[in-house]
Structure formats: C-alpha cells, structure tokens
Write a protein that binds this ligand. Structure first.
Ligand code: GAP
Length: 385
C-alpha cells in the first residue's frame, strides 16, 4: 500500500495518547465488551462468545453467571509523576486514531488531495477478557491499518475496492482462496464508529476467525475530532468547489493473525516411505529465510567460496549460512522453517566445476548450476512456489 502506491503515505504515530483523543473517537464510552463472571469458579467470559449466557462454560463447573457488565478494553497509565485522574492516559487500542489526529499534517506536508490514504503498522493494546488460540487474540498485538479519505458519495465504491484489494493480498502472500471468506457484520456487532463493516476470515484449525475488518467509518472520526478540538478538518475540492468532511474507508488487519494464518496454510507433512518430513510451503516472498547456503562440511577448502556466495546473496535475499550436522538433517531443518532454496557447496565446487547443488524445497529436486548463474536460477525458481 505504502511503497508501491502514489496515493498512500506512511506514518508512525504515538502509542500513548491524551484522553481527549479517545473521548472524541468514542472509545472511552463505547469500546467495551460484555463481561460475565462465574459465581462459583470466578472465571470471566465474554458474553458474546459463550452459548449459554446463564451457566459457566468451564468444564466440571455448573456455576451461575452474573449479569453482564460493559468492560472497557483500553489499558490505562499515567503521564508524569502524579498518579491522579488528571494524569490518566491510554495506550492506543487501534493505530487508526493516530492517523486521524495527523490527517491535516500529512495532507498539507505531502500536498495530497482527496482521495488519498495514510497507513501505518504498529502495536495496539487491548485488555482482552479471553486472550487465546496461540497469537490469535493477545493483549499486545501488531496492527496494519490504512485510513483512506474520500468524497462521501464515493465511499461505497472505495469500500468494495479495498475489500477486493485485501482479499487479493491475502492470496498474494500465499493463503489459499478456499480458506478465506468474506462476512458482513450484523447490525449489533458493528463497532461504534462503523457505518458498514465486513470481515475477511480465515479457516483456522479451530474454525473461522477474523483476519481483517474493512470499515466504512463515514465522517465519524474527523467530525468528532473537529468538534472536540475546534480545528476545522473539512476539505475544499478546488475542482468541484465543494467543501466536505471526508469519509474514511479503513482496511484494518492484524499482523500476528495473518502470520498465524500463513503458517497454518503452509504447514504440511509428507510421507517419504522410510521417514516423514514436515515442511512449511511458504511462498518465497514471506519465507523468513529465502536461501540457505550450506557448505558440505566445515573443511577450510570450502570456506572462502561458501562465504563469497553467502555475502553476495545476502545483499538481495534473506539468507542463512549453516555448516553444522549432516546435509540431510540441514535440508530437513530448512524444510521445517520453509526455506524454498538450499545451495550446497562441495569439493567439486572448488576442485572441478565451479558449480553448486541447488535443492528445491517442494520437489526436493537437485540440480547442478554454475556459481555465476545462481541469482538467475533463484529468480526463475521463485515463480514456481
Ligand atoms: N481500527 C479498526 C480496528 O481496530 P478491529 O477489527 O478491532 O478494527 C483490526 O481490529 C484487526 O486487528 C482485527 O481484524 C484483528 O486481525 C486484529 N486484532 C484485533 N484485536 C486483536 C487481538 N486482541 N489480538 C490480535 N489481533 C487483534
């Protein structure tokens, strides 16, 4: 979104923000989950995540649940040395508000005109009642959000555009289409700021779960910040001579959940007859290690050429150098972490042919290629994953 598009700028805004920001955004009054507590075991649950809202869902406990109360998910801390009500501030529960309060700064300093977007990646914090499912729901997590400011009449069109864009992006990073679905929010689950909302969900091993929400936030945020701060955040369109508060379409994605979905989707086990291999079939674009450089042994004769290859490739790819254990064990290890290509340097490389062995993770095919052709071959093979 940010590096390859002219109409989106990137920022890195503050994590700690003044309560006025969260009052204006509606989070102080409306960013809540319904909390119930078991009168017997005292465990707490989100009322909207349990089937029977009267009886404790904990195994071997039939305790009665309390009436639900609204629980605010924002973490609080204090600014400065005095810890009183006046010094109370919040850790951001979404990165979005840091974008809204910087909207005018970014627009004027980058000379952008509507429609345009501002995106950022960063930590958000929510005092979740029930964190769990590995890194699916945590109290500190990484969000990737983009606020796209547009003319109000064009908002529905941009809403659909960013849904398709996001769906295609999940496929681009390697998630199977059959494991993705779109789900529109029902009226009672829409967040307090959204006029329309749709989730892109992934079929996790425990069931469908949200990866990203695309919200039509209307003019809710800019209008509220404008009212609270007294700063006019409207936009004047020179061409149409129209003045309006822009509408916002927001693709809001969880980075941790996306990583988890990519891992679930890529995990595979293969029966090789005498043994089983586990592998991660990552696309090279998301593989933590893209090329492993593996000298056959620690023998000094192989050191120089192996190092030269590694240093050269490291400038272009995420590489790992490993000269420990048997070559078979090293291949398995690279399979397990999803490395698409391994290069092995042996004695023939230095003594005979100036060639290395290139091994393909998925087919396990090995070919002998010239050192000078390594990058060309990698580029060619990357498209086959
Ligand atoms: N600004 C809009 C917003 O924050 P959201 O649906 O509450 O929308 C966006 O959050 C994304 O952030 C979610 O789709 C999810 O991927 C991720 N996310 C939200 N809460 C999370 C949590 N507790 N742990 C991990 N990821 C979370």
């Amino acid at each position: 979104m940010i590096h390859q598009r002219e109409d989106i700028e990137g920022i890195d805004s503050a994590i700690l923000m003044h309560p006025s920001v969260w009052e204006a955004s509606g989070h102080v009054s409306g960013f809540t989950d319904p909390l119930v507590e078991c009168k017997t075991c005292h465990n707490r649950f989100r009322e909207d995540q349990i089937e029977d809202i009267k009886i404790c869902p904990e195994k071997n406990c039939d305790g009665k649940l309390t009436e639900s109360k609204q629980f605010n998910l924002m973490f609080q801390t204090h600014m400065g040395p005095v810890q009183d009500k006046g010094s109370q501030i919040y850790l951001r529960p979404e990165t979005a508000q840091g974008i809204f309060v910087n909207f005018e700064n970014v627009m004027t300093s980058t000379r952008k005109k509507i429609p345009f977007g501002i995106g950022q990646i960063g930590k958000s914090f929510r005092n979740e009642i029930t964190p769990g499912n590995f890194i699916f729901r945590t109290r500190e997590f990484e969000q990737m959000e983009m606020e796209f400011f547009c003319q109000p009449d064009s908002a529905d069109e941009w809403f659909n555009y960013w849904i398709e864009f996001s769906h295609n992006w999940f496929e681009f990073i390697g998630i199977k289409k059959s494991n993705l679905r779109k789900r529109e929010h029902t009226a009672d689950e829409k967040p307090h700021y959204a006029k329309a909302a749709l989730d892109i969900e992934y079929n996790f091993p425990w069931g469908w779960g949200e990866l990203e929400t695309i919200n039509n936030r209307s003019d809710h945020d800019l209008k509220s910040h404008s009212e609270k701060s007294g700063k006019d955040l409207s936009f004047f369109d020179e061409e149409s001579k129209e003045r309006y508060i822009p509408y916002v379409i927001e693709p809001a994605m969880g980075a941790d959940r996306t990583v988890l979905a990519v891992i679930c989707d890529a995990y595979d086990e293969e029966d090789l007859g005498d043994e089983k291999r586990s592998l991660l079939r990552f696309k090279p674009i998301v593989s933590p290690i893209q090329v492993a450089v593996l000298p056959l042994s620690k023998n000094e004769k192989l050191a120089e050429v192996s190092n030269d290859i590694y240093k050269k490739l490291q400038k272009v790819y995420r590489c790992q150098f490993d000269n420990t254990q048997s070559i078979g064990k090293r291949y398995r290890r690279q399979d397990e972490i999803g490395t698409p290509i391994c290069l092995t340097i042996d004695f023939d490389t230095v003594e005979k042919d100036q060639c290395v062995t290139l091994r393909h993770r998925d087919t396990m095919d090995q070919i002998r290629i010239k050192i000078e052709d390594i990058e060309k071959e990698i580029e060619k093979l990357f498209t086959s994953f």
